[in-house]
Structures are given as structure tokens and as C-alpha cells.
Design a protein around this ligand. Structure first.
Ligand code: FAD
Length: 469
């Protein structure tokens, strides 16, 4: 089967799709991957030029245990199940994950008094490995922690994961199994008839029997096209700072604050790429495209970071970025089936969607059957192995076996991140290929290091231009 990934021209004419998923973020690609297990004609339509290009590209990349979710909520269940599924999937497909564990640090008596309640909450969420640490144990675990911490809750299974390889793996597997991926394809209007929906897109009409709305920040707007007015998405910006790899030895765990009603707060966390993250902020905005970093935001993060890990602030900053959570005024996901319309809304996937993605995919597929979709008999998905972007296992430039077979894996193009010619070539020719320099960075790390492309930029651009169809 020839994989179908389109970016221009009219959409394929002919019979309507059985199911169309709107939105190629980590959630939409996970749903498409789940549907790909069945003999259905499925389409995934994405407004931008790549999958994982919205909120999914800019998060804190933590594979949560869900220890602190609201017990009994839909989110709690899907995060717990999603964590299990994604950890297993990552091990099978080569998505980088590091089980570094988290410490929720109490900095005053009030916070310390909350820790037992958090432990009890973790237990209510079915997570039984958490335990309380006194100050001595805490400083044994994290010797560079700032002075004055009184204790912590240890959550040993919290992990860091590659946020970019995850949706790419889902999309790759879905496309290999026959899902049509249509990029640069924004849904502008929806007409719902008795048997089919007709989507007016920026690339012409698309007809589909069943519809899934996984449009992230725009899920409320898609919902209104179908006549529903039950929630409004408020973008909640999270700014983050990425510290240089020289900072990596300063921290061993994900260092979390004790959460408050204002949210999870500012953390310090290692990344699978060998950097250290500080963030995020939490700011409600009116503009769904405002991913700017601000002087105030970065100042706020520096102040918070100085308390948590004072030496971190002496290290170089490699990059700053911001992501927008899809807040809806409800502390739970807004996943809803509409059987009379053969339609499922997947809204309000706020701060845990990366972790929960595979479980959301399975849950939404179940809801589609409630709306009348007949799935048919499930089949095995094609096996895939994703390129390794993580530092915990050998990258291609370290692998003599690969370099022996193909010297391009021994030719380094991006020296900061040790990205080779072979990896760039592969990303440009992959099932879901990189179609922009940013897309190439998310697939290889090229131009993402300390010099931010100052040194390798021209060479990477030349390779990109050469491969452009
Ligand atoms: C700062 C921050 C930190 C976070 N940290 C974590 C974390 O550590 N762990 C974790 O599990 N989660 C985390 N999250 C949450 C996680 O990133 C999100 O839940 C997840 O990325 C949401 O994915 P999505 O697919 O719903 O949305 P998106 O990734 O935004 O995807 C939606 C897609 O729909 C497309 N679209 C929109 N409108 C249309 C249209 N009309 N037509 C076609 N396409 C359309 C968009 O272009 C976009 O690509 C964090 C989020 C933020 C912002």
C-alpha cells in the first residue's frame, strides 16, 4: 500500500471517508492510529504543514503517572491508562523515555503539611509507589537543591519522554496502515447531512460518515460548526526555558512544587535530549496564537528557579519557548459523543494530553462505536522503529554498526546536537517527511542545540532545499 500524505491540491474525490479526524496533534494522531487497526477508510486533516505542530510541540514532556489527578475524573483514568500504554509503546517503537522519578518539594510548613494528603490522593488514583521523604533523604537525592526544603513526596515512576517522536510515531504507523493524512488542510465549515458530513476545507470539500474533533485550541470552534455551544477554550500560556547540557548534572529528578489551586506550578526537569527545563508559567490569554515569550515571564521563571536549583541560573540558556494549554473552565477533559450526528468532540485536553494520548485514542474509538460506527475486525498495525533522539541510548553517531553499513551516520552536520547526514536524509524521506526546517528539527534535533543553528544552519538548509520536491 502506498502511504497517502498530501499537502496541496484538491482532496481525493470518490466515496466518503468512514471517519475523519480533525487535528494532527498528539491526540488526533493517537486517535487516527487506533482507527487504523480496523478496516475503515480514515482521514486525518491538519491545518498546518506538519503533525504535532500545535500545543503538542511545546510542552514539558513529562509522562505523568496521574498521581495528582482529580480522583474519579475521566482525565485521571485516561492518564493512568495512557501512561501504561505509552510507556509500553515507547519501549517497543524506540521513543526515548527516561524514568527519572519526581520529587514534590515542600518549602514551608504549610506545604509540608499538604504532602500526606497528596500521598493519599495518589493512592486514591491507584498509584501506590509514592512515599514521603524527610529533608535529609531529599537532599541525599538532590544535593544541589536550594536551601530550606523541608521534605518531599517521591513519585518514582514519573518519566520524561520525547514529545516530538510520540505524535510522529502515531502518524507514521497510521499512514503505513492506510490512513490518509492531509496537511495544510484547514477545516473552515461543516455541513451535517443525514448520512455524511461535508467539510469545507482550505483544499476543497471532504465527505465523511463519522467525524472526530481533535482540534486542540480550536475544538470549541469546530464544535460550534456542529451546533454545540457547551465550552470555550481559553489559551493558558506556559513559557519555558531550556538550559544548556552542561546543566544536566545539576538535577536528577523532576522537581515539582506542591500544587496550588492556580495549577501545577513551576518545575525543573531533565529532558531526554540532555538539557534542563525550567517552567512553565500559567497565563490566561485572549489570543490562541500568542506563543510569545515575555520578559516578565522569563523573570518570573528565573525567580522561581533560583529557589529550586540556584546553580541552574548560572548556566547558559539554549532556548525559550511557550505552549498554550486548552483550558475550558472545567478540571476535566471535555470528551463527548453525539450519536445523532455521528460525531465525537475531544476538547479540553489541557496539561496531560501527551501522557493520555493512547488511552484517549482507545476511548474515542469506543465512543464512535456508540454513535453507530462498525469497526470490523482489528488487525495488527505495521511495526515501526523510530529514530532515536534521546541521550539515554546510543545515538547514530555513536553506533559503529550503523556507520559501517552507511557512512552518512558518521558524518556530523549539526555539531551541538551531534546530528548526522544519515538522520537528516532519513527525516526528509520518511513516511511522514519533514516539510520545514522546524519539522526537521523536531525529527532530528538539527539546529536545536546551543548555537541554535548559527553554525549548521546553512548546511541543514541546503540539505532541506535539495530534498524539496
Ligand atoms: C506548557 C505546557 C506543558 C505541558 N506539559 C505536559 C506534560 O508534561 N505532559 C503531558 O502529558 N502533557 C503536557 N501538556 C499538555 C499536552 O501538550 C496537550 O494536552 C496536548 O499536546 C494536546 O494535544 P492536542 O492534539 O489536543 O492539541 P494540538 O497539539 O494543539 O493539536 C491540535 C491540532 O489541530 C489543528 N487544527 C486546529 N483547528 C483546525 C482546523 N480547523 N482544521 C484542521 N486542523 C485544525 C491544529 O493545527 C493542531 O495541530 C502541556 C501543555 C503545555 C502547553
Amino acid at each position: 500500500m502506498t502511504p497517502t500524505v498530501t499537502r496541496a491540491g484538491e482532496l481525493p474525490d470518490g466515496d466518503p471517508y468512514d471517519v475523519t479526524v480533525i487535528g494532527g496533534g498528539v491526540v488526533g494522531t493517537a486517535i487516527a492510529r487506533e482507527l487504523a487497526k480496523y478496516p475503515l477508510r480514515t482521514a486525518l486533516v491538519e491545518a498546518s504543514d506538519d503533525i504535532g505542530n500545535g500545543t503538542s510541540k511545546a510542552n514539558t514532556a513529562i509522562l505523568h503517572t496521574g498521581f495528582d489527578a482529580v480522583p474519579g475524573s475521566l482525565e485521571a483514568g485516561l492518564v493512568r491508562e495512557g501512561q501504561r500504554l505509552l510507556a509500553e509503546y515507547a519501549a517497543g517503537t524506540g521513543i526515548p523515555v527516561e524514568r527519572v522519578g519526581a520529587l514534590l518539594v515542600a518549602w514551608d510548613d504549610e506545604q509540608r503539611a499538604v504532602l500526606p494528603a497528596l500521598l493519599a490522593k495518589a493512592e486514591r488514583n491507584g498509584y501506590h509507589a509514592a512515599r514521603l521523604l524527610d529533608a535529609d533523604e531529599l537532599y541525599d537525592r538532590e544535593p544541589r537543591l536550594g536551601p530550606g526544603a523541608l521534605g518531599a513526596l517521591e513519585v518514582p515512576d514519573e518519566s520524561v519522554i520525547c514529545p516530538w517522536t510520540t505524535p510522529l510515531a502515531y502518524a507514521t504507523q497510521a499512514v503505513l496502515a492506510g490512513v490518509h493524512l492531509h496537511l495544510d488542510c484547514r477545516v473552515l465549515h461543516i455541513d451535517t447531512g443525514p448520512d455524511t458530513h461535508t467539510l469545507t476545507t482550505s483544499r476543497g470539500p471532504l465527505r465523511t460518515r463519522y467525524l472526530v474533533n481533535a482540534a486542540g485550541l480550536y475544538a470549541d470552534e469546530i464544535d460550534r460548526h456542529l451546533g454545540h455551544d457547551t465550552f470555550t477554550v481559553t489559551p493558558r500560556r506556559g513559557q519555558l526555558m531550556v538550559f544548556d547540557k552542561l546543566a544536566r548534572d545539576l538535577v536528577r529528578h523532576i522537581l515539582l512544587p506542591v500544587p496550588t489551586s492556580a495549577g501545577k506550578g513551576v518545575l525543573v526537569a531533565p529532558t531526554v535530549f540532555g538539557n534542563v527545563l525550567l517552567g512553565p508559567t500559567s497565563e490566561d490569554l485572549g489570543d490562541k496564537s500568542d506563543t510569545a515569550s515575555t520578559a516578565d515571564g522569563l523573570h518570573f521563571l528565573r525567580e522561581k528557579g533560583r529557589r529550586i536549583l540556584p546553580e541552574l541560573l548560572d548556566e547558559e540558556v539554549t532556548a525559550v519557548y511557550a505552549g498554550l494549554r486548552a483550558a475550558t473552565g472545567q478540571e476535566d477533559y471535555r470528551i463527548q459523543d453525539h450519536p445523532d450526528q455521528r460525531y465525537v468532540t475531544v476538547g479540553g485536553i489541557r496539561s496531560t494530553g501527551l501522557t493520555a494520548s493512547l488511552a484517549i485514542g482507545a476511548h474515542v474509538t469506543g465512543l464512535l462505536t456508540r454513535t453507530g460506527l462498525e469497526l470490523g475486525t482489528a488487525r495488527e498495525l505495521p511495526g515501526i522503529t523510530m529514530p532515536n533522539l534521546g541521550e539515554a541510548s546510543p545515538r547514530p553517531y555513536l553506533r559503529a554498526d550503523l556507520i559501517d553499513r552507511d557512512p552518512a551516520y558518521g558524518t556530523i552536520v549539526c555539531h551541538c546536537e551531534r546530528v548526522t547526514l544519515g538522520e537528516i536524509r532519513d527525516a526528509l524521506n520518511a513516511t511522514v517527511p519533514a516539510r520545514s526546517l522546524d519539522g526537521l528539527r523536531r525529527r532530528t534535533r538539527a539546529r536545536g542545540g546551543r548555537c541554535q543553528g548559527f553554525s549548521c544552519g546553512p548546511a541543514v538548509r541546503a540539505l532541506f532545499e535539495e530534498a524539496r520536491p
